[in-house]
Design a protein around this ligand. Structure first.
Ligand code: CU
Length: 76
């Protein structure tokens, strides 16, 4: 069962940032889909918990140069 992750991400200032985050997370194994919204500062990720983790996703966002403010997990 895929799980959904909602991240509050700081540092996304334009649609280019959204694309970058989506691209970086799209390369992670187990990530099904990513929706980034720079206006809201939110990144929603649908992922397979057997292949990756919320921690790995957060690390990838940080490594891309953005700041994780809050991580909310749960399937909605
Ligand atoms: Cu940008």
């Amino acid at each position: 069962m895929p799980e959904q992750l909602l991240l509050q991400v700081g540092g996304m200032t334009c649609t280019g940032c959204e694309s970058r985050v989506q691209k970086v997370l799209g390369r992670l194994e187990g990530v099904r889909s990513t929706t980034a919204d720079h206006g809201a500062g939110e990144v929603r990720v649908l992922f397979d918990p057997e292949q990756t983790s919320a921690e790995a996703i957060g690390d990838a966002v940080s490594a891309a140069g953005y700041e994780i403010n809050t991580t909310l997990e749960g399937s909605r």
